[in-house]
Structures are given as structure tokens and as C-alpha cells.
Design a protein around this ligand. Structure first.
Ligand code: ATP
Ligand code: MG
Length: 197
């Protein structure tokens, strides 16, 4: 499972999904946009379904990537533990992996019912910038030692972009073609997303 706000989805997300699939030999990576992220305040003109639609467009053509509406269909705040429980029910004999970028990997022990998360899924992390790399190894030790979590750090070329930066670029009239799939760029343009300041 690869959760996020995906507001909007960008090439860093796609790269992370593809690298995870390859290095972990995953049958499928589910990109799961949050309904309401527990850790983010955001009131925008964009709907959860539009964020999901962009994920759908972005994964088109990648056989083992899929956009899932599992969290969007569930009312209220989205908690990873609830999603993992649902996935466990749906796929009882499947090893689940929780895919995260560095910022999320570094906080995962504070998420709701973290112990249950660790009992259901292997937590996978990747760096988002140069500074993260050493810190991630330390965090891995902590997760093993103090929480008995199973973890794996993945190798991935750094993709120095965030959705926040993309939203900023759009507001400032700067191009985003380098950072998002063509289909997503078109969807953003046609729906006039992220233009208001
Ligand atoms: P925002 O700026 O709105 O927080 P974001 O780019 O961080 O957006 P999220 O939807 O918050 O994207 O992140 C979803 C997941 O993808 C998180 O686990 C995050 O760490 C990871 N991620 C996001 N961007 C990258 C990137 N460039 N490289 C690696 N992982 C990333
Ligand atoms: Mg983020």
C-alpha cells in the first residue's frame, strides 16, 4: 500500500511506486489517496475524487500500479491502520508492505495503532533528499529495537519535488511538465486546479 494526499500526484510518487514494485517483487502497488489526511489541514477547491482521478491517469500503462479508492470511500479521517485491516481481510494470505517516503517513514511509530500496523505490514522507506539517508538508517534501528517492526530501506534516485512545490509553481505560472505525467498536467490545466492563491 502506498498512501498519500497526492495533491497532485507527481513523478516522485510514480518513481517510488515503481522502485518498490521492482525491488520488493510486488505483484501490485496500490496508490491510495487519503479521504481526509489526519495530519494535514487543507481546505481547497479540489475533491478527493479529483486527486484519485489524477492517480488513475498517472498509473495508466503501468501494469502493476493501481489507483485505489479504498480510503476515499470510507468517511472521515483516513488512518493507515484501518486501510491495512481492510486489505488484510481482502487479501488474507498476502504479505503487505507499507511504502513511505522519508518524512513519513520517520514518524510511523506515532501513527494510530502503530503496533498493529507493524504486525500487518513491512514498512518500506526511501530518502527524499541527501540528508535523509543516514537518519533513515537510525530510524530503522529504532523501529526494529523498540517496536519489533519489519522494515526495508529502498534504493531510489532522488526526485527533488513535492506536491506543495507543484501547487506553488502553478500559482506562479511556472511550468510543471518536468514533474508530473503528461496526462496529469492536462487534467490540472483542463480543470483549472491550484490556480487560486
Ligand atoms: P505535500 O507537499 O502536499 O505534502 P508530497 O509531495 O509530500 O505532498 P504526499 O502525498 O504528502 O506528497 O506524499 C505521499 C507519500 O509519497 C509520502 O510517503 C511521501 O514521503 C512520499 N513522497 C512524496 N514525494 C516524494 C519524492 N519526491 N520522493 C520520494 N517519496 C516521496
Ligand atoms: Mg507530504
Amino acid at each position: 500500500m502506498f498512501g498519500g494526499t497526492f495533491n497532485p500526484i507527481h513523478n516522485g510518487h510514480i518513481q517510488l511506486a515503481l522502485c518498490s514494485a521492482k525491488q520488493l517483487h510486488l505483484d501490485k502497488v496500490l496508490l491510495i489517496p487519503t479521504h481526509t489526511p489526519p495530519h494535514k489541514q487543507y481546505q481547497e477547491e479540489i475533491t478527493a475524487w479529483q486527486r484519485w482521478e489524477m492517480c488513475r491517469l498517472a498509473v495508466r500503462g503501468y501494469e502493476n500500479l493501481e489507483a485505489s479508492d479504498i480510503e476515499i470511500k470510507r468517511p472521515g479521517a483516513s488512518y493507515t491502520v484501518d486501510t491495512l485491516r481492510e486489505l488484510k481481510q481482502e487479501f488474507p494470505d498476502t504479505q503487505l508492505y507499507l511504502i513511505t517516503g522519508a518524512d513519513m517513514f520517520l514518524t510511523v511509530q506515532n501513527w494510530r495503532c502503530a503496533a498493529d500496523i507493524f504486525s500487518m505490514a513491512v514498512v518500506c522507506g526511501v530518502p527524499r533528499d541527501q540528508e535523509n539517508e543516514k537518519i533513515l538508517e537510525k530510524q530503522e534501528e529504532v523501529l526494529h529495537r523498540d517496536f519489533g517492526a519489519k522494515t526495508v530501506l529502498l534504493e531510489m534516485p532522488l526526485v527533488p519535488i513535492s506536491s506543495t512545490e507543484i501547487r506553488e509553481r502553478i500559482k506562479n505560472g511556472q511550468p510543471i511538465g518536468q514533474w508530473v505525467p503528461k496526462s496529469v498536467e492536462r487534467y490540472i490545466r483542463e480543470n483549472h486546479l491550484y490556480q487560486k492563491s
